[in-house]
Design a protein around this ligand. Structure first.
Ligand code: CU
Length: 471
């Protein structure tokens, strides 16, 4: 599941050697050995074997960072470094991240824990780590230049504080932020309550993921860091559909989702088939009187929303960002709208000059889902993913909540597609239905026609005649 990597000359180190800073072996010896993750799969929850017990979270296409106990202090080791992240099968991005992945591993602690985090910088420039949302001494806040010196390449800094309030937090650099966040440097932090908390319910499944976005030209692998809004890859934990794992739950599980937004725009996150309640923000659990049911919650830039629901409806329920352009992959933005334009005759002429010319978009973009279009190497298909009934036509920020009555407690394995009971799937109309009773004798509607004038009524306008007389 994990690999522990020797900094000097391991296979993983060689991959990133061109840009990564070298780190002194002697300096590393006293630190907790950094744990490196090489796979983008959703790892099972990390059940704590030291410290206070808690119910661990599951990071979508991610993992939780193991720690070591040192005289009652939980010690973690984060390594900021260049990584290769498979964003979906067939498409790998060259990002920056932590411990082999982008996003970095989730850090899970318990309210009241004293936490020590070593941060080693293997990037080619200074970095720092800001612990977004935490109560901590000002000098541990991670703002380079303001509260600390930047961590130079090859150096290790240590942060230490008490996790004072339970909740969901994020971490990210506060040094050359625009570049480092556009390159994928971010992670989640969960502080579990130390005892039963009146505003924090116990749940059966607790999923976490970050919203992030990249601008990577089709056929290339490194994000364009100057892009401010016009990203072409909208991802959850640096994965795009169909590369995002489903959220698998057992019917009647109480489910919590913690979703943080570190993109440059807001995302209305929408769940099908269930209502949920927003139970917490980065500021902590929300008061019960302030909660109301929703099926979509908007998550603004730099915000976390924690939502909860009872998964009582079986099925494969779509779960996605409601901005429809965010459920697409690697779109060019200069594609003209071709709907209604019949350019087949033009295409015939063009094809004589350019044999690969392709007519697209004149009936909408659905054809893109089935098109055998030659893509540059290392490019994610724009909209893809195949379900039991054909193409789903989605990419980007899209996944599926799979609710199954026979899923085992604690089993996150993919159960396959939902088997719909007979007669519960929308299908082509093919037979006459019983006619509804009609209340009138005229017309085809069921509204009474009494009182309606018969025949065609033509509305005419009579213009005033005779000038301004009479007033
Ligand atoms: Cu979105």
């Amino acid at each position: 599941m994990f690999s522990r990597r020797n900094f000097i000359g391991g296979a993983g180190a060689a991959m990133a050697a061109a840009t990564a800073a070298s780190v002194s072996k002697v300096a590393m010896a006293a630190l907790p050995e950094p744990v490196i993750q090489t796979r983008p799969d959703t790892m099972p929850p990390l059940v704590p074997d030291t410290g206070r017990p808690y119910n661990p979270v599951v990071t979508l296409n991610g993992w939780t960072l193991p720690w070591r106990m040192n005289n009652g202090i939980k010690e973690f080791h984060l390594v900021a470094e260049p990584v290769v992240r498979e964003m979906t099968p067939g498409f790998k991005a060259h990002l920056w991240g932590y411990n082999g992945q982008s996003p970095g591993p989730t850090i899970e602690v318990v309210e009241g824990d004293r936490v020590r985090i070593f941060v080693t910088n293997r990037l080619p420039e200074v970095t720092s780590v800001h612990w977004h949302g935490q109560r901590l001494p000002n000098g541990m806040d991670g703002v380079s230049g303001l509260t600390q010196k930047g961590i130079e390449p090859g150096k290790t800094f240590v942060y230490e504080f008490v996790a004072r309030r339970p909740g969901t937090f994020m971490y990210h650099p506060h040094a050359d932020e625009m570049v480092q966040m556009a390159m994928g440097m971010m992670g989640f932090w969960i502080t579990h309550p130390k005892a039963r908390h009146p505003l924090i319910d116990e749940v059966d499944r607790d999923f976490v993921f970050l919203l992030n976005a990249y601008d990577i030209e089709p056929g290339s692998a490194t994000p364009k860091i100057m892009t401010m809004l016009d990203f072409n890859l909208w991802s959850w934990n640096s994965r795009i559909f169909p590369g995002i794992d489903p959220l698998v739950v057992r019917q009647y599980d109480k489910v919590r989702l913690r979703i943080g937004n570190l993109t440059m725009t807001n995302h209305p996150i929408h769940l099908h088939g269930h209502e949920f309640t927003v139970t917490g923000t980065d500021g902590g659990p929300t008061p019960k009187a302030s909660r109301w049911p929703e099926v979509t919650t908007d998550i603004a830039v730099g915000q976390m929303r924690q939502v909860e629901f009872l998964a009582d409806e079986q099925g494969d329920w779509a779960f996605h960002c409601h901005k429809s352009h965010h459920t697409m992959n690697a779109m060019g933005h200069n594609v003209p709208t071709m709907i209604g334009v019949d350019h087949r005759s033009v295409a015939r002429q063009i094809t004589q000059l350019v044999p690969d010319y392709m007519v697209m978009g004149e009936r909408g973009m659905h054809d893109m889902t089935e098109m055998e279009m030659p893509l540059p190497d290392n490019t994610a298909a724009m909209m893809t993913g195949t379900g039991p009934f054909g193409p789903v036509g989605m990419g980007g920020m899209f996944s599926v909540l799979k609710v199954r009555k026979d899923q085992k407690r604690g089993d996150y394995g993919d159960p396959g597609w939902y088997a719909h009971p007979a007669g519960t799937v929308a299908s082509e109309w093919s037979a006459a239905l019983d006619q509804p009773a009609r209340s009138g004798t005229h017309g085809v509607g069921s509204m009474p026609s009494a009182g309606k004038p018969s025949g065609v009524v033509e509305v005419t306008v009579r213009k005033p005649a005779g000038g301004h007389t009479g007033h």
